[in-house]
Design a protein around this ligand. Structure first.
Ligand code: PMP
Ligand code: GLN
Length: 382
């Protein structure tokens, strides 16, 4: 996040993770799983390293991974993507987001995000020199305020950033909402950059990629990442797909950010994308079970709990506990009860931070016994 004097602030995930370590707290702050992903892809990464796949990959990504990404888009969403011209592999979704925004927007432009927004969007929009405008997601279901969207978009809006399923709110956007976003973007000539890293982590509600909506493909860059789907957040392999004219300019920017991305991991991720339906069903079911393990504990601790439809985060309201400042509570919580969480206001500008001032985000992508212990510790809050 950019502070008022234009300086980049600290990354909140690092701050809370450090606090958790200091107090030996259970870290339900930063979102990363505490169990490894499928053996198949871990083994393949080791094999790739042992067999000498240790030099630069092509800037666009290994052909085998680009082909697997295209096949994945066809298999799950019926999208026909050209692996040669319409796919680029990135160093995590983070780089794909950065390269997309930097390739599209600059001083004099506006980039719109929904609010709360994932922290890197604010930082990159700031670095691009564009103005960052926001549209709130409203309680209790945290779908976008569509009237506010109409008011916020204008001829200077170059990019509308969508994040679906949504971090931190856990919203899965409905088809109607997505159709309105596409319609508004079309009317104002804006490009949609959609961050769908939690595409496979939904609980009942079906994930609908923006790019599948009528009229959307030509103006949409779709981003995802291996980190969430395969529980390998440390590998930093992401990708983007979209029409060749947009993908080509993002690729140019990417080539000066990192040039290319981790070669031995790319082949492994390609194999992961080809895993069977049972694997994909399993990761969502497992996470839903974990959500349903943690959430009653949060409720028993006295929080108002918003049940997420996707992602691995639950947002709670601490107001019933008499808390008015979630950021202050998040800084105290590791020492107080031995659990760490992320305050939602850090994902907001000033007005949004006021609206969300008592909200906290807990990650439930942790071992069952860790979640049970966290719930136990939180029960002392009341
Ligand atoms: N977008 C969202 C919404 C995320 O939650 C995250 C990470 N948790 C990222 C992007 C970053 O993904 P990566 O680690 O692949 O860069
Ligand atoms: N995306 C993860 C989260 O929301 C963390 C990513 C990071 O540490 N930058 O918790």
């Amino acid at each position: 996040l950019l502070s008022a004097d234009g300086q980049l602030g600290t990354v909140i995930f690092e701050e809370i993770t450090a606090l958790a370590a200091t107090h030996e707290a259970i870290n339900l702050g930063q979102g990363y799983p505490d169990e490894d992903g499928p053996d198949l892809i871990l083994d393949l990464a080791r094999t790739n390293i042992a067999s000498g796949m240790n030099q630069y990959a092509p800037g666009r990504g290994l052909p085998v991974l680009r082909e697997a990404i295209a096949a994945h888009q066809e298999r799950f969403y019926g999208l026909n993507v050209d692996p040669e011209r319409e796919v680029v592999v990135s160093t995590g979704a983070t780089e794909a987001i950065a390269a997309s925004i930097l390739s599209l927007a600059g001083p004099g432009d506006e980039v719109l995000t929904f609010e709360p927004f994932y922290d890197s969007y604010g930082a990159i929009i700031g670095l691009s020199g564009a103005r960052h405008t926001t549209v709130p997601l409203l309680a209790p279901d945290f779908q976008p305020d569509l009237a506010a969207l109409e008011r916020a978009v204008n001829e200077r809006t170059r990019v509308i950033v969508v994040n679906n399923p949504h971090n931190p709110m856990g919203t899965v956007f409905s088809r109607e909402v997505l159709a309105r976003i596409v319609e508004v973007a079309e009317r104002h000539g804006a490009i949609i950059v959609t961050d769908e890293v939690y595409e496979h982590l939904t609980f009942g509600a079906r994930h609908i990629p923006v790019a599948t909506l009528p009229g959307a493909w030509d103006r949409t860059i779709t981003i995802s990442s291996a980190g969430k789907t395969f529980s390998v957040t440390g590998w930093k392999i992401g990708w983007l797909t979209g029409p060749a004219h947009l993908v080509e300019s993002v690729r140019t920017v990417k080539s000066f950010l990192s040039y290319s991305s981790g070669t031995p991991f790319q082949g492994a991720v390609a194999a992961g994308l080809g895993l069977d339906d049972e694997f994909y069903r399993g990761i969502a079911e497992n996470l839903q079970r974990k959500r349903d393990l943690l959430n009653p504990g949060l409720q028993a601790a006295g929080f108002e709990v918003y049940t997420p439809q996707g992602t691995y985060f639950t947002v709670v309201d601490a107001a019933p506990l008499g808390v008015t400042d979630a950021t202050e509570l998040a800084r105290r919580l590791p020492k107080l009860v031995g659990v760490a969480a992320i305050p939602v206001p850090v994902f907001c500008h000033e007005e949004g931070a006021r609206r969300t001032r008592s909200l906290l985000r807990f990650a439930f992508c942790k071992k069952d016994d860790v979640l049970a212990e966290a719930a136990e510790r939180l029960s002392t809050l009341r």
